[in-house]
Write a protein that binds this ligand. Structure first.
Ligand SMILES: *[C@@H]1O[C@H](CO)[C@@H](O)[C@H](O)[C@H]1NC(C)=O
Ligand SMILES: *[C@@H]1O[C@H](CO)[C@@H](O)[C@H](O)[C@H]1NC(C)=O
Ligand SMILES: *[C@@H]1O[C@H](CO)[C@@H](O)[C@H](O)[C@H]1NC(C)=O
Length: 577
C-alpha cells in the first residue's frame, strides 16, 4: 500500500458523519447544559487558552510553531464542543498552513493531535509506552492539506472527558515534579480530557483546615499516610503508614498543585477538587468528645496493627461534618481561586452506611452534599459509582436510588467506573436519572500486563449514549495506574470524539501504521491476533493476570510460603473492594 492510499484510509477512519439523534433524558440534559455553561465561565479567556495551546505546540513540535494558526472560539459549535481543522489559505513563506479552531484550548489541542495522527501519521504516547513519534510529520511548508472546502469538523458527542482515579496519585503520580506534570497535562489536552481529577497537595489544605479545629500539625503525624500511600490514607483505609509527612513535602505539593491547576484552567479544563468525606484524625474524638465519630474496622492494612489501621469517620449527620466540609471547600477556594464547582466525594466507598434504610441513606447523602454546598452554593458532587459494583449486596435499587436522589438532579454526577466490564447504567435505569460518565477502569493496582477489551471500548460508550432516556454526559478513563497498554488508552481517548462505533480491525491498521511508521503485513497479522485474544479479555476479571514478562525478578524458594498466599489473599480482598 502506498503512503497516499494509507493516509486516505486513515482519513476515512478519522472522519465520521454528524451525530445520530439520541434520546436523552430531558431533565438530566437540561441540568447538564447549565453546568457546562457555568464551568465554561470559569475557564481562562480565549486568548489565554490559545496561548496555552501554542505553548503546548512549542513543547511538542517547536519546528512547526509558525505552521499552525490556533483559534479558540467558545460557542462556535452551538451548545456542543468541537474542533475544526482547515487549510489556512495563504501560501506566503512562514505563514500558517493549517488553522485549528476549537471551543476551548483542549479542543484546539485535540484538533492538533487529530491532524498529526490522521494527516501526518504521527503517534503520541506516554514516554514509557513509546513516547512522542513525530518523524512522519513533513517539514514546515509541506504539511498535508485538509480536503473539503470548509475543512473537517469533529464534535464531541458528550460534553465531558474525565481522567484519573482517586488512587492514580499513589500508583503513578506521587514522585512527579512539575516537568513530568507539564508533560502529562499536555498529553491530557491532546487526548481531549476536560474534566481531570486534581488531588495533589490536599494534605497541605487539610493541615490548615484542621488547625482551625485545634488539631496541631503533630496530631496529623499518625493521620496522613506517607507519599506512596496518600490515596489510602485519604480514603480512610489506613492512616500513618509510611508517614509522617514533612512540612517541606506538604508545602512543595501545594505549590505543585497550584501550577497544575493554573495550567488546567489555562487550557480550558474543569478540575475536580477533593472534598470532605468524614475522614478525621484520631485526636478529633478528644477535642470534640460529643461528636459522633466512629472507628472503622480493619479495611486491609499492615498486619492489622491499630497504629496503621481502623481510621476515624465523622458521621455525616453530625453538625461538625458540615463545618469541616465547609472549611475545606473555603480553604481550597482561598488558595486556588474560583476555578471549579465540581468536587469528588466517596464517603460510602468501601464503607457501608450503618443501616440500609433508604430514608437514612438519603439523609446521609444530603449531609455530604451540604458540607460541600455550604462553602460553594453551586457545588456539584462527583461520585465514583464503584460502591454499586463492589458492594452490590448492600446497594440494591432502593438504597442506590436513595443515595442518588439525596441531592437534586444536576447536583451530582456519577462515574460508571467499570463500564467496560460491568456497566451499572444498564441495571439502574441510567442511575435513576442522574447524569453519569461512562468510564473505562481497565487497570487495577498499577499492574502492567497486556490487557484490554477493545470491542467494549469501541462500542460501549456509543450504545450507552444512544440508549433510550440516556443520562450519559461523558466518557472517562479511571485506571488505577497509567503508562501501559497504549493501544487501550488511545482508543478510549478517541471515544470522546467518536459519534459512531469504531471498526476496530481497520482502526488497528491505522494505529499500527502510525506506531511503527509503516504498514507491515506481519505486524497487522500480529495485531489481528492480539485483538482477538489478549485485547479481548472478556472474562470479567480485573486484570490480575500474572505476566511473568513484567514481574520483578524476585523468585525465591519462599515464594510458596504462607507469606505469599497471605499477600495473594490481600490482593483478592483489595479488589473485591
Ligand atoms: C480551639 O481552642 C480554643 C481555646 O481552647 C477555643 O476557644 C476554640 O473554640 C477552639 N476551636 C474549636 C473549633 O473548637
Ligand atoms: C423513557 O422515558 C419515558 C418518559 O419518562 C418512559 O415512558 C419510557 O418508559 C422510558 N423508556 C425506558 C426504556 O426507560
Ligand atoms: C471477544 O469475545 C467475545 C466473547 O466473549 C466475542 O463475542 C467477540 O466476538 C470477541 N471479539 C473479538 C474481536 O474476538
Amino acid at each position: 500500500m502506498t503512503r497516499g492510499t494509507l493516509l486516505l484510509l486513515l482519513l476515512l477512519v478519522a472522519i465520521s458523519p454528524s451525530p445520530a439523534a439520541s434520546s436523552k433524558n430531558e431533565a438530566s440534559s437540561r441540568a447538564m447544559d447549565q453546568i457546562i455553561a457555568k464551568m465554561a465561565s470559569k475557564r481562562s479567556s480565549p486568548p489565554v487558552q490559545e496561548a496555552a495551546a501554542r505553548a503546548l505546540l512549542s513543547r511538542l513540535l517547536p519546528t512547526h510553531l509558525s505552521s499552525f494558526a490556533f483559534k479558540v472560539r467558545p460557542g462556535s459549535c452551538g451548545p456542543t464542543a468541537c474542533f475544526r481543522i482547515r487549510n489556512a489559505g495563504t501560501a506566503a513563506p512562514n505563514a500558517p498552513e493549517i488553522t485549528i479552531e476549537g471551543t476551548s484550548g483542549v479542543e484546539v489541542s485535540s484538533g492538533l493531535h487529530w491532524y498529526l495522527k490522521y494527516w501526518c501519521g504521527a503517534h503520541l504516547s506516554w514516554d514509557k509506552t513509546g513516547g512522542v513519534q513525530l518523524g512522519s510529520v513533513p517539514p514546515p511548508g509541506s504539511l498535508p492539506r485538509v480536503g473539503g472546502g470548509g475543512g473537517v469538523t469533529v464534535k464531541r458527542p458528550v460534553p465531558w472527558n474525565y481522567y484519573q482515579n482517586v488512587v492514580t496519585s499513589s500508583y503513578s503520580f506521587v514522585w512527579w515534579d512539575w516537568k513530568r506534570w507539564e508533560k502529562e497535562l499536555d498529553w491530557m489536552a491532546l487526548q481531549g480530557i476536560n474534566l481531570p481529577l486534581a488531588f495533589t497537595g490536599q494534605e497541605a489544605i487539610w493541615q490548615k483546615v484542621f488547625k482551625g479545629f485545634n488539631v496541631s500539625s503533630e496530631n496529623l503525624d499518625n493521620f496522613f499516610g506517607g507519599p506512596a500511600f496518600l490515596a489510602w490514607a485519604r480514603m480512610g483505609n489506613l492512616h500513618g503508614w509510611g508517614g509522617p509527612l514533612s512540612q517541606s513535602w506538604l508545602d512543595q505539593q501545594l505549590a505543585l498543585q497550584k501550577l497544575i491547576l493554573t495550567r488546567m484552567v489555562e487550557l480550558g479544563m474543569t478540575p475536580v477538587l477533593p472534598s470532605f468525606s468524614g475522614n478525621v484524625p484520631a485526636i478529633f474524638k478528644q477535642i470534640f468528645p460529643l461528636a459522633s465519630v466512629t472507628r472503622l474496622g480493619d479495611w486491609n492494612t499492615v498486619n492489622g496493627d491499630p497504629r496503621w489501621c481502623c481510621t476515624y469517620l465523622l458521621d455525616p449527620s453530625d453538625p461538625l461534618f458540615i463545618e469541616v466540609g465547609d472549611a475545606f471547600i473555603r480553604q481550597q477556594e482561598k488558595e486556588y481561586g474560583d476555578i471549579t464547582n465540581i468536587y469528588n466525594c466517596d464517603t460510602f466507598n468501601e464503607n457501608e452506611p450503618p443501616t440500609n434504610d433508604p430514608s437514612y441513606i438519603s439523609t446521609l447523602g444530603s449531609a455530604v452534599y451540604k458540607a460541600m454546598s455550604k462553602g460553594d452554593p453551586d457545588a456539584i458532587w462527583l461520585m465514583q459509582g464503584w460502591l454499586f459494583s463492589s458492594d452490590s449486596a448492600f446497594w440494591k435499587p432502593p438504597q442506590m436510588k436513595a443515595l442518588l436522589h439525596s441531592v437534586p438532579i444536576g447536583k451530582m454526577i456519577v462515574l460508571d467506573l467499570f463500564a467496560e466490564v460491568k456497566p451499572i447504567w444498564e441495571i439502574s435505569s441510567q442511575f435513576y436519572g442522574v447524569p453519569y460518565v461512562w468510564c473505562m477502569l481497565h487497570n487495577f493496582g498499577g499492574n502492567i500486563e497486556m490487557y484490554g477489551i477493545l470491542d467494549a471500548i469501541s462500542s460501549g460508550p456509543i450504545e450507552a449514549r444512544l440508549s433510550p432516556n440516556s443520562t450519559m454526559v461523558g466518557v472517562g478513563m479511571c485506571m488505577e495506574g497509567i503508562e501501559h497498554n497504549p493501544v487501550v488508552y488511545e482508543l478510549m481517548s478517541e471515544m470522546a470524539f467518536r459519534n459512531h462505533k469504531i471498526q476496530v480491525e481497520a482502526w488497528l491498521k491505522s494505529y499500527s501504521y502510525r506506531r511503527y511508521g509503516q504498514a507491515i503485513h506481519q505486524i497487522n497479522e500480529a495485531w489481528h491476533i492480539l485483538y482477538h485474544t489478549i485485547y479481548n479479555c472478556t472474562d470479567g476479571i480485573a486484570d490480575h493476570n500474572k505476566d511473568y514478562i513484567v514481574e520483578l525478578p524476585d523468585y525465591s524458594p519462599h515464594m510458596k510460603s504462607p507469606e505469599i498466599s497471605r499477600e495473594g489473599q490481600m490482593m483478592k480482598i483489595r479488589h473485591k473492594t
